[in-house]
Design a protein around this ligand. Structure first.
Ligand code: 13P
Length: 287
């Protein structure tokens, strides 16, 4: 059964480790991530972007697939199913579909509107026992082919959003989604320190977890980051393993073209990546 992320995130904040939040993109991803977390004995947040939800034929389908895979694989570790960077409408849709955790990303809205919508969703989520993540200040990434160096959140805005009763807060500290550009100066620990002082005890979320050096992520975790998002790195290892399989002409040997064989190395690569990340974040063995 899916669980809210609140309990696992709170335990992580107190225990100074972080929960790995792994994006899922299709059935193979769901199976591979679940397998990795079960083997690592790690709680997990499996998250879905609006685009991935559409790709998987809708949020209800995602809920069904995750629930059935958990049952089929006899998963014993706690699993939260989380909407990643949700719009207001997507948040409502996922609540109705059976997600156990929601991120409402109102960072592109004027702060007053972000506050009002976050407050409304906080009330609904609390009533239903669903955890809620909110975002302050946009977290950069590639836009129109230009990759920024990572924006930083305003601590005063963090406090305003945190006070609405959210369970976790995504705040930019120089992190960006996707592959980090050359010359990226690293995480802004000075900003992180200021944010933790402004919202003491609030579990913080580090987006763009792919490609940040492990020691840097671990330092951020020691300072209050309790959820680390990973998407790109799983995609890269999946693509590399699939490329290798084809380049070695394995798809031309016997029934090597069968998708169950062709995609197996990529799926194993995701499972291995998830296990590695859970070790780095300190949540392996916590379930
Ligand atoms: P990466 O793709 O950089 O790992 O970021 C994932 C993320 O933050 C999803 O919200």
């Amino acid at each position: 059964m899916l669980v809210s992320a609140k309990e696992m995130i709170t335990a992580a904040r107190q225990g100074q480790y972080a929960i790995g939040a792994i994006n899922i993109n299709n059935l193979e991803w769901i199976k591979a991530v679940l397998q990795g977390c079960e083997e690592a004995k790690s709680p997990v947040i499996m998250q879905v972007s609006c685009g991935a939800g559409k790709y998987m034929d809708g949020f209800e389908n995602v809920v069904d697939m995750v629930n059935h895979c958990m049952e089929y694989q006899k998963i014993t570790v706690p699993v939260a199913l989380h909407l990643d960077h949700g719009t207001y409408d997507a948040a409502k849709e996922c609540i109705a579909a059976g997600f156990s955790s929601i991120m409402f990303d109102g960072s592109a809205l004027p702060i007053e509107e972000n506050l009002a919508k976050t407050k409304e969703l906080a009330g609904i989520c609390k009533e239903k026992g669903i955890s809620l993540e909110a975002e302050v200040g946009a977290i950069g990434g590639e836009e129109d082919g230009v990759v920024g160096m990572g924006e930083c959140a305003d601590p005063a805005e963090c406090k305003m959003i945190a006070d609405l009763g959210v369970d976790m807060l995504a705040a930019g500290i120089g992190n960006i989604h996707g592959v980090y550009p050359e010359g990226w100066p690293g995480l802004r620990f000075d900003v992180l320190e200021e944010i933790t002082k402004t919202v003491p005890g609030m579990p913080l979320v580090l987006h763009g977890g792919s490609g940040i050096p492990d020691e840097m992520v671990q330092k951020a975790i020691s300072m209050g980051v309790s959820k680390v998002n990973v998407n790109t790195e799983c995609q890269l290892v999946f693509a590399a393993a699939t490329r290798k399989y084809i380049e070695e002409n394995k798809d031309r040997e016997g029934k090597g073209f069968d998708p169950r064989k062709l995609l197996a190395p990529g799926c194993q690569a995701i499972t291995d990546m998830v296990k590695y990340k859970m070790e780095v974040f300190g949540c392996a063995g916590k379930a």
